[in-house]
Structure formats: structure tokens, C-alpha cells
Design a binder for this molecule. Structure first.
Ligand SMILES: [Zn+2]
Length: 205
């Protein structure tokens, strides 16, 4: 392949995407170049829109568009629809659980786990979770962190942070393979994990 800076640069960027190596990146770039008007132009616009408009809520961690209010309007639930919060590590976990239709309730995205490389508990949205549970009359917090050491350490820390608050805390248990990451589970496994969630703290009122 002859060296054309623009193409080299694009191949380099695309090969950084998950699941893509230099070979598939080159194929994608060729496809793009051959479809300038149908693909390159709308893609460039779409990327610019995402860059400009999509932000992560600093309280609940969900992705939202600047043009749309967060469901929670600064995360105070305006119209209380649910009484459960499902706590996950990443947005991809939220998307997996949402698409399986197992859970109806609010999501809280931590933004990682405590012992991820370079990730401290202060970097995660744990304090804002505790605040939400206190303010929003939540009945149950479902800890849906992965069955990895990091995921379980994080779940334990959250459980500890919620002590003393009148709320039931449950954790996905049976059905989760050891080392299993939420986003990689099939719907059946997720369903069973939700159904068989175990009680960590009972609502004591
Ligand atoms: Zn929010």
C-alpha cells in the first residue's frame, strides 16, 4: 500500500477500536473511500455530533445528549417511576441488561471497578449512589457488578457504604460464572442471575 498520510492516519485510528486490527481497519477505510457520499460525509457529521453533544452524567453515570435532560433532572427523580436501582460497572453492562428486558428500574453506572488499573474508589460514582439512594426513596439496590475479584471488591465496598440506610441491597449471584463479566453474559444467564439475586442488607423498617 502506498503511503498516503490521510489514509494511514485513519487506518491507525480505526484499528484502535475494539475487535479491529490493522487488516480489518484497512478494509473499513477502503469501504469508506469508495462510498464517500453515502458513508464518509454522514459519518463525519455523526462523529462530530457525538463529540459535541454526548456527555456522561456526573451523578448517575448514564450517557445523555446535551439536548435531552437527564432522566433524573440533576438526578433528583422528578416523577418517581421505579423503586429499584441497578448498579453496574460500565455503560456496556447497562446496555446488555436493558436489551435483555430483565430489569425495570433506574441504572447507576460506576465507571469501572475499584481495583482496575489506576482506578481509585474516588473515581467511581459511589458517593453519588449513596446520595441518590437516600434522596430518592429507593427500596432496593441491585449490585450487578461482574463476578471478577475487582467486581466483587467493588460490590463489597458499596454494600459497606450503604450500611445504615434503610434499603434492601441485593447482589446477582447464581448463574454468574466466576470471572464472568456482565456484558459478555447471554440473556438466559443474566435472567437467572437477576432472579436468584441474594440479599446483602434487608430493609429494616
Ligand atoms: Zn444522571
Amino acid at each position: 500500500m502506498q503511503n498516503i498520510n490521510e489514509i494511514d492516519e485513519l487506518v491507525k485510528l480505526i484499528s484502535k477500536l475494539p475487535g479491529l486490527g490493522p487488516k480489518s481497519a484497512k478494509r473499513i477505510v477502503l469501504k469508506l473511500i469508495n462510498n464517500r457520499d453515502e458513508l464518509v460525509k454522514p459519518l463525519a457529521k455523526s462523529l462530530a455530533d457525538v463529540y459535541k453533544n454526548i456527555v456522561r452524567c456526573k451523578i448517575c453515570g448514564i450517557l445523555k445528549s446535551n439536548s435531552i435532560e437527564c432522566n433524573f433532572d440533576d438526578c433528583k427523580i422528578v416523577e418517581k417511576k421505579y423503586n429499584k436501582i441497578c448498579v453496574v460497572e460500565n455503560i456496556s453492562d447497562q446496555w446488555s441488561i436493558e436489551s435483555s428486558n430483565i430489569f425495570s428500574g433506574y441504572f447507576h453506572i460506576l465507571g469501572g471497578t475499584i481495583s482496575s488499573v489506576g482506578q481509585k474508589k474516588e473515581d467511581l460514582l459511589i458517593n453519588s449512589l449513596v446520595e441518590r439512594v437516600k434522596k430518592d426513596n429507593i427500596d432496593e439496590v441491585i449490585l450487578a457488578t461482574s463476578a471478577t475479584v475487582e467486581g466483587q471488591t467493588t460490590a463489597y465496598y458499596i454494600q459497606d457504604s450503604l450500611k445504615g440506610i434503610e434499603v434492601k441491597v441485593t447482589k446477582l449471584a447464581q448463574g454468574l460464572p466466576v470471572g464472568g463479566e456482565i456484558e459478555s453474559l447471554d440473556d438466559g444467564t443474566l435472567f437467572s442471575a437477576f432472579k436468584n439475586r441474594s440479599n446483602l442488607i434487608s430493609n429494616s423498617d
